[in-house]
Design a protein around this ligand. Structure first.
Ligand SMILES: [Zn+2]
Length: 394
C-alpha cells in the first residue's frame, strides 16, 4: 500500500515539474551559481561563450535551460523568469526559435551523404530532456538506440552551429546555442574557435562538459568558466522532497546519490534493484558452476551492448569495493541500498582481502577488453570462470 501511494505521489509531482520546467527555482541546489547567472541575465552583461564544467548529475543542463529561459523571458523578475509569457512557454517546451541545442548523436544511416546531426534527433531530445534534464550521456545514447556506438558531434554539426548563430534572432534579443557534452566535439572544436573569438552580436554559446581534459585548451581559454561542483546531500534531499519522495527516505537516498541528482532519480526508480539481482545471479551461477544457467546468463547479458556491459562491470566493482571497505573499516557506512548491503555481506563471507583485490583487478581488465572490442560473450565467460577459481581456490 505504501508503495502505491508513493508511486502515485511521484508521478503526480513529476508531471508538475514537466509543466514548470525550467525555472531557476526548479534547479536543485547550486544557489551561488544561480545567483551569478541571474545577475548576468538581469544586467544584460552576458558572456558570448561560457563553459559549464560540471560534476556528473550536478545540474549543468537544467542550469543552462533556466539561464537561457531568463534571457528570452519577456518579464523576468529579480529572481527568475516569469514562467508564463509566450517566450517562457516556448523555452519550457524546448521549442523556442532562438534557443538551439547540439548533443552527441550516432549515425544510423551510414549510406547517407551527410552524417546525421542533432536536429535529426530533436524529438527524442525534447522528450528525454523534458522527462529528466539530469540525464547522462549514456542514458541519452541508449534512448536513441546507440547500443555499442559512441556519440559524436560532427564537423558538419559544428559548421551548422556557426551558420545558425550568424542568422538574425527571431523573437528575442539573443541567439543562443547550448552544446551538451561538448567532449563529443573532440578536435572538431577547432571549427568553433573563430566564432568564439569574433562572435556575431548578441550570441550566447554555452558549452556543457564534465571532463576538462577532453576539451581543447584553445576553447577553454576563450570561454568564461562556470564550475558546477557536486551537490551537497541537503540539496539532493530537498530536490527529492519536491519530487514527492517521503522525507524519511530522502537522507539515505541523498547519501547514496553522492552529489549526483541523476543517481538520486535512478535510486527512486530502482529500489527494486535490477542490477543487484543480475549480479547476485551471476555470482551464484559462477561460484557454484551452474553450467547451463551460467551459459544462458552470459548469452543474454552479452547481447546487452558494450556500453551497458561496461556500466554493469562498473556497478559490480562498486559493490565489491564497498564490500572490501565494510570488511576492513569498523563502523563503515556503505554507499549501498538495502539489497546491495545484503549482497555485500554475503560476498564478504567467502572472500578475503586478497581475493577481493584480485577480483577488482580482473574486472578492471575485462572492462578494458570490452572497450577494446573483444567479444562480450568471450569476456563474460572467461570472467565467470576466473571468478569461480578466485573464490573457490585456496
Ligand atoms: Zn517569461
Amino acid at each position: 500500500m505504501l508503495f502505491i501511494i508513493y508511486s502515485i505521489n511521484y508521478v503526480f509531482t513529476h508531471s508538475n515539474i514537466l509543466s514548470s520546467c525550467m525555472l531557476f527555482k526548479d534547479v536543485v541546489g547550486q544557489e551561488e551559481i544561480k545567483q551569478h547567472l541571474i545577475d548576468i541575465a538581469l544586467a544584460g552583461n552576458v558572456p558570448h561563450a561560457q563553459l559549464f564544467l560540471s560534476y556528473p548529475g550536478a545540474g549543468a543542463l537544467p542550469m543552462a535551460l533556466a539561464f537561457t529561459q531568463m534571457l528570452v523571458c519577456e518579464q523576468p523578475t529579480n529572481t527568475d523568469s516569469c514562467g508564463t509569457c509566450s517566450a517562457c512557454i516556448k523555452a519550457q517546451k524546448l521549442i523556442h526559435p532562438d534557443i538551439h541545442f547540439s548533443y552527441p548523436v550516432i549515425n544510423k544511416n551510414a549510406s547517407h551523404k551527410t552524417p546525421q546531426i542533432s536536429i535529426d534527433y530533436i524529438n527524442e531530445w525534447r522528450k528525454e530532456v523534458l522527462e529528466n534534464p539530469y540525464l547522462d550521456e549514456q542514458e541519452w545514447l541508449q534512448k536513441i538506440g546507440a547500443e555499442n556506438k559512441q556519440g559524436n558531434i560532427s564537423a558538419f554539426e559544428a559548421r551548422s552551429i556557426i551558420k545558425g548563430l550568424n542568422l538574425t534572432a527571431f523573437e528575442s534579443k539573443y541567439k543562443i546555442h547550448i552544446i551538451w557534452m561538448a567532449e563529443a566535439l573532440a578536435k572538431e572544436g577547432n571549427i568553433l574557435l573563430k566564432l568564439i573569438e569574433e562572435p556575431p552580436e548578441n550570441t550566447v554559446l554555452i558549452l556543457i562538459a564534465e571532463n576538462q581534459e577532453e576539451i581543447l585548451p584553445t576553447i577553454i581559454s576563450r570561454c568564461q568558466l562556470v564550475k558546477i561542483n557536486k551537490l551537497n546531500d541537503e540539496a539532493i534531499a530537498e530536490g527529492l522532497i519536491k519530487k514527492g519522495v517521503p522525507q524519511s527516505n530522502t537522507q539515505h537516498l541523498a547519501y547514496l546519490a553522492d552529489g549526483n541528482f541523476n543517481n538520486a532519480i535512478k535510486l527512486i526508480d530502482s529500489e527494486t534493484g535490477a542490477d543487484t539481482r543480475r549480479l547476485t545471479q551471476w555470482l551464484d551461477f559462477s561460484i557454484n558452476l551452474k553450467a547451463g544457467e551460467l551459459y544462458k546468463w552470459v548469452d543474454e547479458n552479452s547481447k546487452a551492448g558494450r556500453e551497458n556491459l561496461k556500466v554493469f562491470l562498473e556497478y559490480s566493482t562498486h559493490i565489491f569495493r564497498e564490500s572490501l571497505l565494510l570488511l576492513h573499516i569498523q563502523n563503515y557506512t556503505a554507499r549501498l541500498a538495502k539489497d546491495e548491503l545484503n549482497l555485500a555481506m554475503r560476498i564478504n563471507k567467502f572472500l578475503t582481502y586478497q581475493k577481493l583485490e584480485t577480483l577488482l583487478e580482473l574486472i578492471n581488465k575485462k572492462h578494458y577488453e570490452i572497450e577494446r572490442n573483444v567479444s562480450p560473450k568471450l569476456v563474460l565467460m572467461d570472467l565467470s570462470l576466473k571468478i569461480h577459481h578466485i573464490i573457490r581456490g585456496k
